[in-house]
Write a protein that binds this ligand. Structure first.
Ligand code: FMN
Length: 199
């Protein structure tokens, strides 16, 4: 059952208390200020195995290959009308944990058996998302493809990615705490996502 005002945040840094997690907290504080029910999942504390490409989920519509913590997330993802994905930039891309998480969303696709080029999302319509990434180098190009690596799969699954932002130039653990403007922007982005779920 979809919950109109439930926002799920997926944070994908292996570093506890790092920049990605600080920003996720801010985003969710903003969402909560608008009355949203929020939940943050730190992928680093879950046991999620990588997709083995068995393709069984195309017919089973669930992943039968792994009985791991991803099974807990499937129902949360279905229920949440809002989704926030946050990843540190690792080698111009998402972190390994985020990539594994995204690959394991495969059971949410329906592939037409007559024409496999046609696929559509099995998720309820109307979902909205916010994505962001943090990186060490000061220039946006050092983010590489990290935002695309989250945006494109979410769009393929029917999400409207209503907002995205990058935070270049942060290396030390929780260094983003020194940037009040960035923290405010993160808070506002969370509040905007929450408000957008009501329209
Ligand atoms: C394995 C690894 C790869 C990284 N690759 C990049 C990169 O390609 N570009 C960049 O600017 N920073 C890179 N960084 C730095 C992190 O993006 C940066 O320190 C970020 O603030 C970490 O976020 P966190 O505190 O949430 O883990 C890398 C860090 C690690 C550990």
């Amino acid at each position: 059952m979809e919950q109109e005002y439930y926002i799920l945040g997926i944070s994908a840094s292996p570093r506890r208390g790092g920049n990605t997690e600080v920003l996720m907290d801010k985003i969710m504080q903003g969402a909560k200020s608008e009355g949203a029910i929020v939940e943050i999942i730190n992928l680093r504390s879950l046991r999620i195995k990588q997709c083995i490409g068995c393709e069984c989920c195309r017919t089973a519509r669930i992943c039968r290959a792994h009985r791991d913590d991803m099974q807990l997330l499937y129902s949360k993802i279905k229920a949440a009308k809002g989704l926030v994905l946050g990843s540190p930039t690792h080698n111009y891309n998402v972190s390994a944990k985020m990539k594994i998480f995204i690959d394991r969303l495969y059971p949410f696709y329906y592939f037409d058996p007559e024409n496999r080029r046609y696929r559509y999302s099995l998720l309820p319509p109307g979902k909205k998302a916010l994505i962001y990434s943090v990186c060490e180098q000061p220039n946006r190009e050092n983010l590489g493809v990290v935002l695309e690596a989250m945006r494109l799969p979410l769009q393929a699954l029917g999400y409207q990615v209503i907002d995205e932002f990058a935070a270049p130039g942060f290396f030390e653990k929780a260094a983003v705490l020194k940037d009040e403007q960035l923290l405010n922007n993160a808070y506002e982005a969370g509040a905007r996502l929450a408000r957008s779920l009501l329209t």
